[in-house]
Design a protein around this ligand. Structure first.
Ligand code: PMP
Ligand code: GLU
Length: 431
């Protein structure tokens, strides 16, 4: 047995964790989902607006394609970027539906779009390079940027502008160190999306800054409820070689547990894709082999099912917007994409809840709401920018649950005691 050599001092304990691991928080969206699941398992009456995942089961023909492949012995390692068939099916989808000029060699398939974003940032960023992120933004982007050593440059976007970055805002933050613009439209958590003209206007700014790559997370592209479709930035000829388009099957096909995401980046003869594949080959090797025929089935035969689910989400989007608009003092743009609504609840700050809890933040609001009404929402703090004034509600739940949950919130809001009333009340329990 060897101990430390004479004169060598050890400055850590065996089970200390790395600075890298300490530096990042756990995913708050997954934490709320887990909490609601646990409360339901205990038999509590909880209405969950937390989970960012479709409440539908994967369409049967997609599952059957995987079980058939499993029974047929597709149980071995497959190529790191995915089988040739799956990459061709994805490239065909992106060409036909999104207008992106690409082929199978420009595609990589990964363990969920979350890991795809992670790999893309790892492949692109050197320490200190800047990543522009319009905020509010999905909770996992900042930790991923941090883990890649990038420097986050936030562009706060208000509800009054539908949480969308203007071309002027973008122009103002670009520097010679800007490496990546990380876009997410339709947006988690905002529930809004850029129109085709707005995408073109952002691209026009980028045409003047050739060093900037766009990582365009389009995981919600099929779930749109406004008048205009999603326009993929990578379909614009001027941007083709500078966009990494990210998508996956989780949201459109109700396949969150399958963990299937992908990226397309034709620029530089697929250089970024090759780097992502190299990283993946050392980390996870590939996604699960027998899911690949299911990906092909979904992409080639799934359109009707996607549309069926989209229509249901569209109905819920209108319902929840109507109900949230009835809440006194709360403002909120109409959800036009994804399955989130992101109301500004900051008018409640400074008040006291019916249960006697002081509300000074979205976190206070969400905690008091859950304890006192059994309704779970995600507090906006971790979405950054104006996020801390908001809560996120996922409407991937039934219309009955939406009506019941929004009703409970409305009633609870009606019972909040404003600051002055609390201060002047001798029996106040506020602290
Ligand atoms: N991007 C955004 C904006 C998301 O909301 C999600 C949902 N988790 C993902 C990427 C990743 O999805 P998945 O890993 O399930 O493919
Ligand atoms: N994207 C979903 C959400 O935001 C799933 C959880 C997660 O990956 O963050 O709720």
């Amino acid at each position: 047995m060897r101990g430390p050599r004479a004169g060598m001092e050890v400055h850590f304990l065996a089970m200390d964790v790395s600075r890298r691991a300490k530096q990042i928080p756990p995913s708050s969206t997954l934490a709320i989902t887990a909490k609601v699941r646990a409360m339901k398992a205990e038999g509590k009456d909880v209405i969950g607006f937390g989970a960012g995942e479709p409440d539908f089961t994967t369409p049967a023909f997609i599952s059957e394609a995987a079980t058939d492949a499993l029974h047929d012995g597709m149980t071995h390692y497959v190529p790191t970027p995915g089988t040739p068939e799956v990459r061709e099916a994805i490239a065909a989808k992106l060409r036909d539906e999104n207008g992106i000029d690409c082929d199978a060699s420009h595609i990589t398939v990964n363990n969920g779009a979350k890991f795809t974003v992670f790999l893309a940032l790892q492949a692109l960023l050197d320490p200190g390079q800047e990543v522009i992120l319009p905020t509010p933004a999905w909770v996992s982007y900042k930790p991923m940027i941090d883990l890649a050593g990038g420097t986050l440059v936030e562009v706060p976007c208000e509800g009054a502008q539908d949480f969308k970055m203007t071309p002027d805002q973008l122009e103002a933050v670009i520097t010679p160190a800007t490496r990546v613009l990380l876009m997410n439209s339709p947006s988690n958590p905002c529930g809004t999306m850029y129109s085709p003209d707005e995408v073109r206007a952002i691209a026009e700014v980028l045409e003047r800054h050739e060093q900037v790559v766009v990582v365009s997370d389009e995981i919600y592209e099929r779930l749109v409820y406004g008048d205009e479709p999603n326009l993929s930035m990578g379909s614009l000829p001027s941007m083709r070689d500078r966009v990494v388009t990210i998508n996956g099957l989780s949201k459109a096909y109700a396949m969150t547990g399958w963990r299937i995401g992908y990226a397309c980046a034709p620029g530089g003869d697929g250089a970024v894709i090759k780097a992502m594949n190299k990283l993946q080959s050392q980390m996870t090797s590939s996604i699960t082999s027998f899911t690949m025929p299911a990906v092909v089935a979904a992409l080639t035969e799934g359109a009707e099912e996607v549309e069926r689910m989209r229509r249901i989400f569209a109905g819920r989007a209108s319902l929840i917007h109507e109900l949230v608009k009835q809440w006194a003092g709360v403002t909120c743009p109409r959800p036009t994409g994804a399955f989130y609504i992101f109301p500004d609840i900051s008018s409640t700050f400074g008040s006291t809840s019916p249960g006697g809890r002081r509300i000074d933040s979205a976190l206070d609001f969400a905690e008091a709401l859950l304890d006192e009404t059994g309704v779970a929402v995600v507090p906006g703090e971790d979405f950054l920018g104006p996020g801390p004034r908001h809560i996120r509600m996922s409407f991937a739940t039934s219309e009955e649950q939406i009506a019941e949950g929004c009703g409970r919130i409305r009633e609870w809001l009606g019972q909040l005691a404003p600051d002055e009333a609390v201060a002047s009340s001798p029996s106040s329990t506020a602290h």
